[in-house]
Ligand binder design. Structure first.
Ligand code: GLN
Length: 483
């Protein structure tokens, strides 16, 4: 099916030229064709999806008023809990774990009568930038099957790019929504920290994690974001800030908008084709009345090293709950409790997760705590101040989402440092807790390029408006990979 926006789908569901069941048929046929090539999904929720579609169709048949997202299929990253369904985090340690409850975001999708179709592949426990760290095999990029879809939400990005679903959910701790969105040529939004409840999201680094949407267009992404946001008593870090009506941002207007462009992200670390695409995007926005200026921000130099102390530190604490007693895989040959812990964790976790746990335990250990963890916390404060200062001059920041287009599978597999560099533009945003999104802004050798817009805290609205304006002037987001 050619790209059809969510409001158009809703209109057709309402006037019954389309049923929720038709919509599932169309998307499951894409799943059948793409999945053998992509391996973007870990579980296909066919029975549940059709049951739900029947209920939704009955309501539409009655002419009952239904929300905009009713009957729209969606894919869910496999670190988000759905009651009665496996939540594996693409890890052997949770291979057979069935969640006893729904994440708050799933409750919110249910309230909209959305239809979850797939649980998507990811880097194990969301640690990675290529989806190659999945214990169940890598996902491939639909634009070039020899390349990575990005990560850690590579599955959620690939299924939207391929047209298996119109929308999906991912999680972003250091770039895991935006970087795969960039590699796969779709829109990926990381909300302000606290906007979307983390209840039921398996924690990686709790002070950085946020759930957010993938979509083909900014318009569709804004509608899904609307459904996800809001205060939740189950998440102590969830914000009480009122949630604006994001549909008001869907007007093409960037007149007078002041954009800062961090010069640290226009150096030699960024590929020329990416820089060229960004310059074109800036020209387009300028022609519409926006103004831009170069700004210097040390955050983009200090971010990576700060993150790779803080995120593993939090991960080492969060992942201590996987001990073979309460959750998931347990070794049965051990003869003592300590041996059981050791063997269960050793067998259950993959190499990247083990690397992070060791790193995190080290930086938190007495004797090293002050030198690493405490110092990194201070650096985080400086990064937050750096952004605050920039936002006293600008409404938005614009950067590349990733330094390159999608790299080859295996290219960075043995070089964690090279892999970590893929997130140089996205990570500081999580450390500062700000909203950001990636939008397709061109192609190079058939591979999508993404630009990142970063907004002020709780000002998703301005970011969405600029992104929407850009998409009224371009058609990159309408292109689709061929099977
Ligand atoms: N790629 C980064 C990491 O490996 C970010 C991951 C994420 O955002 N979940 O930690």
């Amino acid at each position: 099916m050619a790209y059809t926006s969510i409001p158009e789908l809703h209109e057709r569901l309402k006037n019954r030229t389309l049923t929720a069941k038709n919509l599932l048929d169309i998307h499951f046929s894409e799943v059948d064709q793409w999945e053998p090539k992509l391996h973007a999904s870990l579980e296909i929720l066919k029975t549940q999806a059709y049951e739900k579609a029947d209920l939704v169709d009955a309501e539409f048949d009655k002419g009952a008023p239904m929300p905009l997202l009713a009957g729209i299929p969606i894919a869910i990253k496999d670190n988000i809990c759905m009651s009665g369904i496996k939540t594996t985090c693409a890890s052997k340690i949770l291979e057979n774990f069935i969640s006893p409850y729904n994440a708050t975001v799933i409750e919110k999708l249910n309230a909209q009568h959305m239809i979850p179709m797939l649980k998507t592949n990811m880097d194990e426990f969301a640690m990675g930038s290529s989806t190659e760290n999945s214990a169940f095999g890598a996902t491939r990029n639909p634009w070039d099957l020899s390349r990575a879809p990005g990560g850690s939400s590579g599955g959620s990005a690939a299924v939207v790019a391929a047209g298996e679903v119109p929308l999906s959910l991912g999680s972003d701790t250091g770039g895991s929504i935006r970087q795969p969105a960039s590699f796969c040529g779709v829109v990926g939004i990381k909300p302000t920290y606290g906007r979307v409840s983390r209840y039921g999201l398996v924690a990686f680094a709790s002070s950085l994690d946020q759930i957010g949407p993938f979509s083909r267009s900014v318009e569709d992404g804004a509608h899904l974001l609307q459904a996800l946001c809001g205060h939740d008593v189950h998440d102590a870090t969830s914000s009480q800030n009122p949630v604006p009506d994001f549909s008001k941002s869907l007007t093409p207007d960037v007149k007078g908008l002041k954009i800062g462009v961090p010069k640290e992200l226009f150096g030699s670390a960024i590929a020329d084709d990416v820089k060229q695409a960004l310059v074109k995007a800036l020209d387009l926005l300028t022609a519409q009345g926006a103004r831009w200026e170069e700004v210097s921000m040390g955050s983009f130099e200090a971010g990576l090293s700060t993150y790779y102390i803080l995120a593993p530190a939090e991960a080492s604490a969060n992942l201590s709950r996987f001990d073979g007693v309460r959750y998931g895989h347990r070794n049965t040959s051990a003869t003592s409790l300590k041996e059981m812990f050791k063997k269960s964790r050793g067998e259950g976790f993959g190499p990247e997760v083990i690397r992070r746990i060791i790193l995190g335990t080290f930086v938190l250990s007495s004797g090293y705590y002050d030198a690493y963890y405490l110092k990194a916390q201070k650096a985080r404060t400086l990064i937050q101040e750096d952004f605050k200062k920039a936002f006293s001059h600008y409404d938005l920041l614009l950067t590349p989402t990733a330094p390159t287009t999608a790299f080859k599978l295996g290219e960075n597999a043995d070089n964690p440092l090279a892999m970590y560099l893929a997130d140089i533009a996205t990570i500081p945003v999580n450390l500062a807790g700000l909203p950001a999104m990636s939008i397709p802004c061109g192609f190079s050798n058939g591979l999508p390029i993404g630009l990142q817009l970063i907004g002020k805290a709780f000002d998703e609205a301005t970011m969405l408006r600029a992104g929407y304006t850009y998409q009224t002037l371009t058609d990159h987001h309408l292109k689709r990979p061929l099977l």
